[in-house]
Design a protein around this ligand. Structure first.
Ligand SMILES: [Fe+2]
Length: 301
């Protein structure tokens, strides 16, 4: 019998099971996690008090709150850059629009919008006319692609958090026309401070980290025969592009063109407004690989 010691406890934990016979992938993840966690505990020489503080943190982070109904575990993975790292590892790109995190504020079945329609009410917001095309990797238009869009208003508030906004404000579903074109009117969104009065916010403050996101607009695209795309677009020249607290700023950045009062009059706008263009590129769903036909293969051989 081998008694437990500092130099065998890690392997003892890993060996305490069927070695991955029941679930090889889970065993692979579990083994690596145990190894890394034990290395981490050794490296920082974790004390009992610090371990208890860590347990308390995770207990509190998993509790449901009014602001974050699912608890802060997803926020925690975002703030640690883990959500984005997983996204980056899975994003093959290859000429396709860069994917990004969906975030916790997506709501399915948003209001249906016509092309060109304004998607939200915000008297203080600066109008933004966003347009572009949905294309395949060869530059061919994808007609009838579904575009779901959601964003905060000019104060950085989503309708689901701000009771002064009507439900569905700055959310919408629209379809591209036969030439793959889309367009809608919105307002220039502001960045926002993520909810930070819970355990994650407490730790970030102790680390001297801010909790702000750069201004962005969320999109989900889907079209028959193409892989769905979830992404975010950012706005050139706005603050925090290089320090977004969720580490999500990629090269999906639009440039706003400002149109002054004379243009506004021509467009029947009461104020100067902005325009921007962004084309989305989707990749085709890869053809399914036919399963091996062992019977036939044996006959041919
Ligand atoms: Fe967002």
């Amino acid at each position: 019998m081998q008694t437990i010691a500092i130099d065998n406890i890690t392997q003892a934990v890993i060996d305490h099971g069927d070695g991955g016979k029941t679930h090889p992938r889970l065993y692979e993840i579990y083994t690596s996690l145990v190894n890394h966690l034990h290395t981490f505990v050794r490296e920082v020489n974790l004390t009992e008090l610090e371990l208890q503080q860590g347990r308390d943190f995770l207990n509190r982070a998993s509790r449901h709150t009014q602001v974050i109904p699912d608890g802060e575990i997803q926020v925690l993975t975002d703030l640690l850059g883990i959500s984005m790292l997983v996204e980056l590892l899975q994003d093959s790109n290859g000429g396709v629009t860069e994917a990004n995190l969906q975030g916790p504020l997506y709501v399915p079945n948003a209001p249906q919008r016509k092309l060109g329609e304004r998607i939200g009410v915000d008297p203080e917001g600066e109008a933004l006319f966003l347009s572009g095309r949905v294309l395949d990797v060869n530059g061919q238009a994808i007609a009838n692609a579904l575009i779901e869009v959601w964003q905060p208003n000019s104060k950085g508030l989503y309708d689901t958090i701000d009771p002064s906004q009507p439900a569905g404000n700055f959310r919408g579903q629209l379809y591209t026309d036969e030439n793959g074109n889309y367009s809608f009117e919105t307002v220039v969104p502001s960045g926002y401070d993520i909810p930070n009065d819970g355990p994650c916010g407490e730790v970030l403050r102790l680390l001297g980290r801010h909790t702000w996101r750069a201004a962005h607009i969320h999109f989900k695209l889907s079209a028959t025969g193409y892989s769905p795309l979830t992404t975010q677009i950012f706005i050139d020249g706005t603050p925090l592009l290089d320090s977004d607290t969720t580490f999500t700023v990629r090269s999906t950045i639009i440039k706003l063109q400002k149109h002054e009062s004379t243009d506004a009059e021509a467009q029947q706008q009461s104020q100067p407004f902005f325009t921007a263009e962004f084309d989305f590129v989707l990749k085709p769903i890869e053809a399914a690989i036919a399963p091996l036909d062992i019977e036939n293969a044996a006959t041919v051989a």
